[in-house]
Design a protein around this ligand. Structure first.
Ligand SMILES: Nc1nc2c(c(=O)[nH]1)N[C@H]1C(S)=C(S)[C@@H](COP(=O)(O)OP(=O)(O)OC[C@H]3O[C@@H](n4cnc5c(=O)[nH]c(N)nc54)[C@H](O)[C@@H]3O)O[C@H]1N2
Ligand SMILES: Nc1nc2c(c(=O)[nH]1)N[C@H]1C(S)=C(S)[C@@H](COP(=O)(O)OP(=O)(O)OC[C@H]3O[C@@H](n4cnc5c(=O)[nH]c(N)nc54)[C@H](O)[C@@H]3O)O[C@H]1N2
Ligand code: SF4
Ligand SMILES: [Mo]
Length: 747
């Protein structure tokens, strides 16, 4: 294939479009009908109910799908006994049926071919597509080694391909939910308490007296039971303190909104420590018993007074003192929330450390209303031969970052660009359930890597941007049409949830487990896939756990008793933390031994040049990343994002509400599509804000194409966290253009 072969395939690919199908009844009803629970309520009795857990985001709420025998899904509702949702799905989960009904879905396997001198996708059979992929996997293995075939994944399909890749001999695996999301907090809290935060977070919000949110915009971030618990905590009189440059939904429910200058949070956290220590407000007994390095910390934070922090953060000293005293008064039922998407400014592990240390000073780890000791039940492994040992894998690819605990997506992408220094060359990718074009900052790097690959497969449900770069596209059926692994997640008490097909797969789509097994068999790895149907695996596992598929089909969710001991520490109880010292590490010898600051310090970050505003982004309660924008139900609720602009800025630039503008960042990158102005006091004058996930440029996304702007496109500066390799994305600045700079829009 020639050098430009991986050009994005733009228009009217062969056999791709298909006939326009009339809007289904469900579509015409609109999502509001679902939300109000009105849709066909009367006929519910006659409908079949099947157990599932939601795949619209990764909170994985368990629910019931109500469907009829004609393959129509009427409704999805929450499972009452599920601790992730307590019987209520969020709007996205309710509207998840749109993933099934979306007529823009991928329908057939596609291969890239040259037809009449033009590259295009051609429909093919599963057998042909799978044989082609298996042949390429064999070729790569014999020429470079299996290690050179990388897996980039997210969500349920990921685990099936992870099994295939490990059996094949590759551990070159990464997902954007680490280095673009939670990574720094897991490392920061891990170094401090010896335990990952994990998902769902073990924050005891339901019993808290004081919840401190640093950026975390719960309410827009719709992680279900967390939102429910926060709302209960508010009803119970808990104090909410929100630190956010924007008046988020959470900030609007808070007694204290600290409209911090972006990128200065570590200064505030250090000043809070200064007050707690100097005013003797910290939990002395807890610190004496469990913490390591208090004296060093005390000496370290003397320089960080509230007066000093005022100059950095723009938060008044008396506000800093007052909020520190409130936290201390509520302690240990105080939570400094670890956040979730924390790859902001490149010193994110250190910010996470500062948040963890603050929790330690307040004595909130292992205490009611703070953080509980979580537990999950492990799912028995279905028997298979041992995996071969790869010569290298994600750890070596990310070896520059000593505290990385999972594959670093951006490093795996970098390793795909040929160079002499590259010891770990990646030659091919299988991409499953991640739309890298919308989740990886630094588009240039991504495109250079994709261009250099020998081969690329994408497994998706939708014709997302990433599919346009593939050699082979495989249509997975949606979560409503398949079995998947048993859900087991950490929580107050262990629970499991079942996902089974409610309806037959539409079109010619197949589940990931089936795709992985088919590839495995073609690679001679049949011993790793000794079942006809994934249902057998689940049935076997459930039996080992003392239940059965029949029971789980009836109940959907099953709870198990805790076995690891109480959720909270008893008064004066001895406890060993899984850190080097066995204690909560205020001072990290592990960081020090690798040449990093053992205690967090404040460092300054770049600020916008005149005429530029910091690009801030977040979540919409109606959407998940870029994956739901084309969903007919959710698109109905919100079809484009808007640009939050402070009235002062709107006045200077003479911008009116509702007007469309374009953006250009510090590197001259322009937004492909216009975005609508929203003038609001809720954003600081030095920043603008938009919801992530919009601005799709694939025309096959009928509803999403060209709607709104993409934050990802404008993120070309990335501040890499030297500790674990996360990509800080909030150091990008934009100016606002009132005329279309391109005239011809890039598609
Ligand atoms: N509806 C919905 N919910 C979701 C998701 C979704 O796609 N849709 N995605 C889920 C996932 S995977 C994740 S990781 C989480 C992410 O959700 P969070 O972890 O809550 O994300 P953050 O990036 O912390 O939150 C964005 C907030 O940070 C603020 N912010 C920006 N810069 C700064 C700063 O310098 N300092 C401070 N203190 N605040 C700042 C923004 O104004 C915004 O309010 O959401 C989860 N929940
Ligand atoms: N600019 C910017 N970048 C970000 C973020 C941000 O806020 N701004 N957030 C970051 C965070 S916190 C995260 S967690 C990541 C998320 O990054 P991604 O996981 O890449 O999120 P999506 O963009 O939703 O891509 C999900 C893909 O999975 C497909 N999909 C959905 N369901 C299925 C299924 O059942 N099977 C298969 N095979 N595919 C399916 C969707 O069609 C879509 O193409 O992005 C990170 N990147
Ligand atoms: S929070 Fe909403 S979208 Fe996420 S899993 Fe639960 S119902 Fe689905
Ligand atoms: Mo995330």
């Amino acid at each position: 294939m020639g050098t430009s072969r991986r050009k994005f395939i733009k228009i009217s690919a062969l056999g791709f479009g298909g006939v326009a199908v009339a809007a289904s009844t469900m579509e015409s009803l609109g999502v509001n009908a679902y939300l109000e629970g009105l849709a066909l309520e009367n006929s519910l009795e006659k409908l079949k109910q099947t157990a599932t857990y939601c795949e619209v985001c990764f909170w994985k709420c368990a629910g019931w799908v109500h469907s009829d025998n004609d393959g129509n899904i009427h409704k999805i509702i929450g499972n009452d006994i599920d601790p992730h949702c307590n019987g209520r799905l969020c709007p996205r989960g309710t509207g998840g049926v749109g993933m099934y009904t979306d007529t823009d879905r991928l329908k057939k396997p596609l291969v890239r071919k040259v037809v009449n001198g033009e590259e295009t996708f051609v429909e093919t059979s599963w057998d042909e597509a799978l044989t082609l992929i298996a042949t390429k996997m064999k070729d790569i293995k014999s020429v470079y080694g299996a290690e050179s075939f990388g897996l980039l994944k997210h969500g349920s399909p990921g685990s099936h391909f992870e099994h295939l890749f490990k059996a094949y001999g590759s551990d070159s695996i990464a997902e954007p939910a680490y280095a673009q999301c939670r990574g720094p907090r897991e490392t920061g809290f891990g170094l401090t308490f010896g335990s990952w935060v994990g998902s769902p977070e073990p924050t005891d919000i339901r019993d808290t007296k004081c919840l401190v949110l640093i950026g975390s915009h719960i309410g827009e971030n719709m992680h279900n039971s967390q939102v429910q618990e926060m709302s209960d905590a508010i009803d119970n009189g808990a104090t909410i303190i929100t630190v956010d440059p924007r008046l988020s939904t959470a900030a609007s429910k808070s007694q204290h909104w600290l409209a911090i200058k972006p990128s200065t949070d570590i200064a505030l956290l250090l000043a809070w420590m200064n007050v707690l220590i100097n005013e003797n407000l910290y939990d002395k007994e807890y610190v004496e018993k469990y913490a390591f390095g208090f004296d060093e910390l005390k000496a370290h934070v003397q320089q960080y007074t509230p007066e000093w922090a005022y100059g950095v953060t723009t938060i008044k000293p008396e506000e800093i003192r007052k909020t520190a005293r409130i936290m201390a008064a509520a302690a240990p039922a105080t939570i400094i929330h670890p956040g979730r998407h924390v790859t902001w400014y490149g010193d994110d592990t250190q910010r996470a450390r500062a948040m963890a240390i603050l929790n330690g000073l307040l004595g909130s780890w292992g205490r009611r209303g703070g953080f509980y000791f979580k537990e999950k039940i492990s799912i028995p492994k279905y028997p298979h031969p041992p995996y071969p040992t790869p010569k290298w894998g994600w750890e070596e690819i990310g070896e520059k970052y000593p505290f990385a605990e999972m594959g670093i997506t951006n490093e795996l992408i970098q390793a795909s660009i040929p160079s002499e220094e590259n010891e770990y060359p990646i030659k091919a990718w299988l991409v499953a359930g991640t739309n890298l074009n919308n989740s990886i900052p630094n588009k240039k790097l991504l495109e250079e890597a994709i261009e250099a690959l020998d081969f690329m497969v994408v497994v998706d449900t939708m014709p997302m941007e990433i599919t346009g770069y593939a050699d082979v596209v495989l249509p997975e059926c949606t979560y409503l049409e398949r079995y998947d692994g048993i859900r087991s997640a950490t929580n107050r008490e262990p629970s499991i949830a079942l996902r089974m097909p409610a309806v037959e797969p539409k079109y010619d789509s197949k589940p990931a487990w089936w795709i992985a097994k088919q590839l495995g068999e073609r690679l001679g790895l049949q011993d790793f896939f000794k079942y006809e149907d994934f249902k057998e695996v689940i049935a076997w596992q459930l039996k080992q756990m003392g239940t059965s598929l029949e029971e789980m089909e009836k109940i959907g969710v099953k709870k198990f008793p805790r076995e690891s001991g109480p959720m909270y520490l008893d008064e004066g109880q001895d406890h060993e933390f899984y850190t080097d010292s066995g204690k909560i590490e205020f001072y990290s010898t592990a960081l020090e031994s690798q040449g990093f600051d053992p205690m967090p310090k404040y460092t300054r970050h770049p600020e916008p040049e005149p005429g530029y505003y910091r690009l801030n982004y977040g979540r919409s309660p109606m959407h998940t990343f870029s994956r739901t924008v084309n969903n007919p139900n959710l698109n109905d609720l919100k079809s484009e994002n808007d640009l939050w602009i402070n009235p002062k800025v709107a006045r200077i630039l003479n911008l009116k509400k509702g007007q469309y503008v374009w953006l250009e960042n510090q590197d001259g990158v322009q937004s492909s599509f216009p975005i609508r102005v929203r003038v609001t006091e809720r954003i600081r004058w030095d920043s603008v804000y938009m919801v992530h996930g919009f601005g799709h440029n694939n025309k096959k996304l009928g509803r999403a194409h060209g709607k709104g702007a993409s934050d990802t496109q404008l993120i070309s500066q990335v501040a890499i966290d030297p500790i674990m390799g996360g990509t800080g994305m909030r150091g990008n600045f934009v100016k606002i253009l009132t005329e279309n700079p391109a005239k011809t829009v890039e598609v």
